[in-house]
Design a protein around this ligand. Structure first.
Ligand code: PLP
Length: 357
């Protein structure tokens, strides 16, 4: 069925296992981040088989789909005040930075006769979530110790997400200093020091990860075998885990520049065109509803993506050696954004592949 996303479960399990083994060498536990594939339970199972210790997602709806998998679940996005009951019910651990929310989680946990675990997030300069001010941190910790149904299990940070700040020995050193202060106030050690996402992977590869960091949250590294900091491939990992397959519905020779006065396109932008003379143009049945404006990379290196509208993808096949016909499939490698969009689109068939080839 087309369009479809081919999902190689064997490669995903392999990547998961590879990352777990590399992390374990530094006594680091791995939380597999499942939001890139909407918490799809089939994929989550394959990744769980790779040996990760936790499943982590930013959305409760996704954690709900994976409840049958017997691993601790972490909610990555700070909980909404309006959702604290469900958070306590479906997540074992949540990441937090707002005392008001933690107090509400405590109340919800009390009602459900539970203890809810939290990891307190510190902002080391990337300016997304986390406590920024040291005094606020001290005050929050003192208050937290009075809450009977909240268990502060760790502290963590998130980098290279909003501000693009790269994790280093120096900024993770600040996290460790804060952890030590928290441990002094608590009078006991923290279980978890969570040193970031896939952008921290390069520190493992270079053996530069501070020894106190014992927990990392990996999405992209497992899913696409890439390391987000420098955009490099992780050696030995598979990058071709997810592929888009779309079908040609028209193929014709036409000019490269539209004919007539140019107004706005379907999305309100005024398009510009380079005159390359006549082109062998193909239309594929997939569009911006499924891939948004995210990058897809044709496996046929001579093919070029021209653009698209909601339901159509336009390609220049002028330089292709292969003689494409209507009904032929074209295959694309994906980036994180296009994987996420295709997994989210209900119009894209999900096709599972169980062998490495
Ligand atoms: C998305 C997310 C991750 C995973 O990021 P990757 O770059 O895909 O590894 C980790 N932690 C938090 C808080 C996230 O929101």
């Amino acid at each position: 069925m087309n369009p479809r996303i081919d999902i190689n479960l064997a490669k995903l399990k392999y990547n998961s296992n590879l990352i777990v083994e590399k992390a374990n060498r530094f006594s680091i536990d791995v939380a597999a981040v499942t939001k890139g594939f909407c918490g799809n339970p089939v994929i989550a199972e394959a990744i769980a088989e790779g040996g990760v210790k936790y499943l982590a997602d930013s959305r409760l709806e996704n954690l709900l789909k994976m409840q049958h998998i017997k691993l601790e679940k972490i909610l990555l996005r700070l909980p909404m005040l309006s959702q604290v009951k469900e958070v306590v019910k479906y997540a074992d651990i949540s990441l937090n930075s707002e005392l008001e929310t933690i107090v509400a989680l405590n109340e919800a946990a009390k009602e459900q006769n539970k203890t809810h675990k939290i990891i307190l997030m510190l902002d080391l300069g990337d300016l997304r979530e986390g406590i920024f001010d040291e005094k606020e941190l001290d005050a929050v910790i003192k208050y937290l110790l009075k809450l009977n149904n909240i268990d502060l299990v760790g502290i963590g940070t998130n980098l290279t997400c909003f501000g693009g700040v790269i994790p280093t020995k120096e900024n993770l050193g600040e996290l460790i200093n804060s952890a030590k202060r928290v441990e002094e106030t608590m009078g006991k050690p923290l279980d978890i020091i969570s040193g970031g996402n896939s952008s921290s992977f390069y520190l493992i590869n270079n053996s530069e990860i501070p020894p106190e960091v014992n927990h990392l949250r990996f999405g992209e590294a497992i899913l696409l075998g890439t390391e987000s900091t420098y955009g490099r491939d992780i050696p030995e990992a598979y990058q071709d885990t997810f592929k888009l397959v779309a079908e040609i519905i028209e193929i014709k020779t036409k000019p490269s520049v539209p004919i007539g006065e140019i107004g706005r396109d379907a999305f309100g932008n005024v398009p510009t065109f380079e005159d390359k003379g006549l082109m062998k143009r193909a239309i594929l049945a997939v569009g911006k509803q499924d891939i948004s404006t995210h990058t897809i990379i044709p496996c046929d290196k001579e093919a070029e993506v021209l653009g698209g509208s909601s339901d159509h993808l336009l390609m220049d096949l002028t330089h292709c050696k292969k003689d494409y016909r209507v009904g032929d499939e074209m295959i694309f490698n994906l980036t994180y954004g296009s994987m996420l969009a295709l997994m989210t689109s209900e119009y894209v068939h999900k096709n599972y592949i169980n062998s490495i080839e």
